[in-house]
Design a protein around this ligand. Structure first.
Ligand SMILES: [Zn+2]
Length: 405
């Protein structure tokens, strides 16, 4: 399980048990009450009572299975599953050129995806939330889903964001600083909406569906316009005290170095982010300045010295940053997920060499490294996974209030 939501969510003991039972059922395709009691080290009576409430709330359902093993007679076994039909949710990644929407059911099964192109990549918070509504409506229209069926929305956005409260300290997608998004969501969006840092959500998606499955200590580094990171320690997403930790992109690699989009100098992403590489590879060019990493690569292939230099430096600095992560965290695995074309030789080797040279040497192999394309849907899927977790808490709390009344 990615994190102990029950402990984080301020539920009372009874509701916390219900949430743990729900998460236990979610972690399996289907499971019996006896096996839940065993998995949670809980009494059968407690599990039966929690399952009763979850069944009444429509969050889970029962299915009957023929008895297993040699004995084919006897009563069928009653198994529990997440009730996928309970709700639909929308996961939305706020990207620079589009809002990427995925609609899933409560089980996490994908209904479909949709992308709303954007003319501008930075906007006022209010305009951004209105645009989210447009994206949601267009996605529902496109996929034949009634908007009224959407019970929750989760947004993934780059920047310093408190995923527990929806407070954004800073984001490259938003013009203002320090925005409490919750009131804006309440005005413009039709259902409960949750916000988190996009790299955290990719780490969540990698843990649930990708290279991090089954791992307890791993890191996901995302490289695109900026550089982000999600940290999973001891099976839990690490968020930091103010909910905005893991800003690898703004760790400093050069005193008084290049200007970063955050306003400070010498940040990692001021050398490695798409915008920085495009900026640096354009220096001194009157015409034919590159506008993308693909163009910088093409120029380097054609023998352009500046393009080569920018790629070489970015590869080396990224390798050093990865080595720093190994030295700090000693993870089992690092996923380097990037939304950009694969770099030709010699650049991957320059990065790996810098990683090896700068890692503290012990008599053990380096952690595993998966380098892969950041599948666009992974961002939105991570957001959807977050939405499912948050909505589970809300629904358990609502049910608890009904029982208390
Ligand atoms: Zn910065």
């Amino acid at each position: 399980m990615l994190m102990d939501l029950a402990a984080l969510s301020g539920l009372d003991a009874r509701d916390a048990t219900r949430l743990r039972v729900l998460q236990c059922i979610r972690s399996q395709e289907e499971i019996s009450r006896t096996d839940i009691a065993q998995a949670l080290d809980s009494s059968p009576a407690t599990v039966t009572s929690a399952c009763g409430a979850l069944l009444e709330a429509g969050l889970i359902r029962e299915v009957e299975r023929a008895p297993s093993g040699a004995v084919q007679r006897g009563r069928p076994r009653v198994m529990l599953q997440i009730n996928g039909a309970a709700f639909l949710l929308a996961g939305i990644k706020i990207a620079r050129h589009a809002f990427l929407v995925v609609i899933v059911d409560f089980k996490g099964d994908e209904i479909g995806t949709y992308a709303l192109p954007l003319a501008e990549s930075r906007m006022q918070a209010d305009a951004l939330v209105r645009r989210v509504r447009t994206a949601l409506d267009a996605a529902c229209d496109h996929l034949g889903v009634d908007v009224a069926q959407i019970a929750g929305i989760a947004l993934g956005m780059p920047g310093f964001i408190n995923g527990q409260t929806g407070f954004m300290h800073w984001s490259s997608s938003v013009i203002e600083r320090n925005v409490d998004f919750v009131p804006l969501f309440q005005v413009h969006l039709p259902c409960p909406t949750f916000l988190d840092n996009d790299a955290n959500l990719v780490a969540k998606a990698e843990h649930l569906f990708g290279a991090g499955r089954g791992l307890r200590n791993f890191l996901v580094v995302t490289v695109e316009h900026g550089v982000g990171m999600g940290i999973v320690l001891d099976g839990k997403l690490y968020r930091g005290e103010r909910g905005c930790g893991a800003e690898l992109g703004h760790s400093k690699v050069h005193i008084d170095g290049a200007v970063c989009q955050c306003g400070q100098r010498g940040c990692l992403e001021a050398y490695v982010g798409d915008y920085a590489m495009v900026r640096d590879a354009s220096t001194g060019r009157q015409t034919d300045a590159p506008t993308s990493i693909a163009e910088i690569l093409a120029m380097a292939r054609a023998g352009d010295a500046l393009a080569h230099q920018v790629l070489e430096r970015a590869s080396e600095i990224l390798g050093v940053a990865l080595a720093n992560l190994v030295n700090l965290f000693d993870p089992e695995h690092i996923v380097l997920a990037r939304s950009r074309p694969e770099l030709d030789p010699p650049y991957p080797d320059i990065m790996l060499d810098a990683l090896r040279r700068n890692t503290v040497q012990v008599d053990a192999p380096l952690p595993g490294l998966t380098v892969r394309n950041l599948d666009k849907s992974m961002w939105a899927k991570g957001a959807a996974a977050h939405g499912i977790e948050m909505l589970s808490i809300l629904k358990v709390r609502e049910r608890g209030a009904v029982d208390a009344a």
